[in-house]
Design a protein around this ligand. Structure first.
Ligand SMILES: [Zn+2]
Ligand SMILES: [Zn+2]
Length: 302
């Protein structure tokens, strides 16, 4: 299966937006998203906000003014986010003919919303980017694009096609197939590292990677909204068995040459088997996953 086309711009504290052009979903809508995507905003069917830090949602108003006004547009945000609710309420009343036409859908972790094409859903998972609240509120989420596929049951897979066809005629399709889920994409938004099981088998994982090393996080004033570091992200993606890793939300403090060298060095050290791409801050990528920093390791001979 082909990789989705990921158009991305991500500079922490300034602006982050990630457009999955293949599935027509925009993840986060930082400042400048409309200016930079221009007429391509009309391809977007759904905007999925991971959390309401301004660098992830400040571009919503202009995006929805131009795109949401055309109708058939959904915006989803974490259900426990008061800022998300306030923004939805404000934009609904601000201009009923444009931003007011948008369907707003607050989502808790584990919820699905149907997207195009058929049998595809957008699913939320819990992330950890805010201090805990009592009672617990969903302040931030990550998203997955999940496809349901019918597969012949394992015990029947060796049969010749002729016999399978006969069984299908006799018993019906439901009796010889099972429905499996194929996770095409996972994207974290801002978070500390999560359980690798969250991303198990995901074909593509886009993971925030604000810092290269743990000591970089000290004294940066971001302790209240903690992030992930490169070694944690690589470990998590390796345990989850993802197909391709895209790093984004990388702090602009790093020199690009050193950043790339460090990623390669650590990937080699950890024998990372899948390709790794990285979105350098301040730069827009047209197809992030086509540009790899680390090619992955060839499969060992059987
Ligand atoms: Zn951020
Ligand atoms: Zn944040």
């Amino acid at each position: 299966m082909n990789l989705p086309k990921i158009v991305i711009f991500s500079t922490p504290l300034v602006s982050t937006w990630v457009f999955d052009e293949t599935h027509r979903v925009l993840f986060d809508a930082g400042d400048g998203v409309t200016a930079m995507l221009d007429s391509r905003i009309h391809k977007i069917r759904l905007a999925a906000i991971t959390h309401t830090h301004r660098d992830h949602c400040a571009g919503l108003m202009q995006l929805l003014n131009l795109r949401g006004g055309a109708g058939d547009f959904t915006a989803v945000y974490p259900a426990g986010s008061g800022s998300g609710r306030a923004l939805a309420g404000f934009l609904t009343t601000f201009d009923s003919r444009s931003t007011g036409k948008v369907r707003w859908n607050p989502m808790d972790a584990g919820q699905d919303v149907a997207i195009e094409p058929p049998r595809h859903v957008l699913r939320t998972f819990a992330t950890s980017h805010y201090p805990p609240t009592a009672p617990t509120r969903t302040m931030s989420v990550g998203y997955q694009i999940v496809r349901s596929v019918d597969k012949v049951k394992p015990e029947l897979r060796g049969l010749p096609q002729r016999e399978l066809d006969a069984l299908r005629m006799e018993l019906g399709k439901e009796q010889i197939t099972e429905t499996l889920e194929d996770v095409l994409l996972s994207i974290t938004g801002d978070t500390v590292p999560l359980e690798p099981a969250t991303f198990a088998g995901s074909r593509v994982l886009l993971h925030e990677c604000t810092f290269l090393d743990l000591h970089d996080t000290d004294g940066h004033g971001e302790g209240v909204h903690p992030h992930s570091t490169l070694p944690d992200v690589l470990r998590c993606a390796a345990e989850a068995g993802v197909g391709h890793l895209g790093l984004y939300h990388i702090s602009r403090r790093y020199d690009e040459g050193l950043l790339m060298a460090r990623i390669r060095e650590l990937c080699a050290e950890m024998a990372i088997p899948f390709p790794v791409s990285a979105a350098v801050p301040g730069r827009q990528y047209e197809d992030l996953l086509r540009q790899t920093v680390w090619p992955g390791l060839p499969c060992p001979a059987p």
